[in-house]
Design a binder for this molecule. Sequence first.
Ligand SMILES: NC(=O)c1ccc[n+]([C@@H]2O[C@H](COP(=O)([O-])OP(=O)(O)OC[C@H]3O[C@@H](n4cnc5c(N)ncnc54)[C@H](OP(=O)(O)O)[C@@H]3O)[C@@H](O)[C@H]2O)c1
Length: 306
Amino acid sequence: MKYYNIKNTDLKVSNAALGCMRIESKSVEEVEALVAAALDAGINFFDHADIYGGGKSEELFGEVLKRNPGYREKMILQTKCAIVPGKRYDFSKEYIMSCVNGSLKRLQTDYIDILLLHRPDALCDPAEVAETFDELYKSGKVKYFGVSNHTGMQIELLKKYVKQPLIINQLQLSVIHSVLIDSGLNMNMVEPYAADKDGATLDYCRLNDILIQPWSSLQASWADGTFIDNPKYPKTNEVLASLAEKYHTNKTAVSLAWLLRHPAGFQPIIGTTSPFHLKQALEAENFELTRQEWYDLYLAEGKPLP
Ligand SMILES: NC(=O)c1ccc[n+]([C@@H]2O[C@H](COP(=O)([O-])OP(=O)(O)OC[C@H]3O[C@@H](n4cnc5c(N)ncnc54)[C@H](OP(=O)(O)O)[C@@H]3O)[C@@H](O)[C@H]2O)c1
């Protein structure tokens, strides 16, 4: 497993992280086996959110930490806050504090390494967020802060007030869902793909040393599920299969290698609940796609290129 330091921190993180959104339906023993497999493979970064499984995902993970007292110090624990389930977003001090206190309790830990604002709140008062982050930082409850699903300009607005560095932006990105990349490639064209939907967030994050964590790296969409072996994505699966054969690996690993090949240095959040799928995915570290292969995969499903 490769490791690197997140810029502006003392955090040395694994090249890929384990996402814990889907563990809610598993038993404690199954989650324990998954976490052990991740640690054995060298993963030291675990991603949560207060709302996953209505809190159940953090609760199960906390139970695993309780059963394995040595685990916590080996881990970087990240969680997200400020989605009010089924309703809206809430960046008020009162709500963020209640999210963090809930996560700490469910995870059975004294501190969260990184707290992310889960999705932008239209009613965000950045000065209030700054005050909240200060209090969380000073109390030792949260060491670092970041965002998820935020544009560059939304981050700029927060940065005008927040004292701590915003070190992460977690964003949906996969070979199928590549909005972050599409508009840059099609700039100034009339195509819908040229529309700048995110304010060049990928470039903004690179310019500002913000680590991008791709989420749903193996998903086509919520409705379609994973694109791996999905008949709705035949061309992508054809290219994936041929590259998997060339590199003596599997389609999941090739899909993640496509992300790892990008020079921005993404940290994919792998959302599997299966130790076997995790092992398959981590084969992505063993090879590097050529430039042509990267583009072949990007273009497989018919995206335009001027
Ligand atoms: N910030 C945000 O707004 C946001 C939103 C969504 C998710 N996230 C984070 O990102 C993480 C990853 O997202 P995700 O769960 O959607 O990601 P994902 O890794 O793209 O997808 C995971 C799904 O793919 C399946 N899968 C994995 N390997 C497979 C294989 N070899 N063959 C067939 N199916 C396979 C998994 O099933 P198995 O369990 O059976 O392997 C699971 O259902 C989440 O856990 C969460 O931490 C963040």
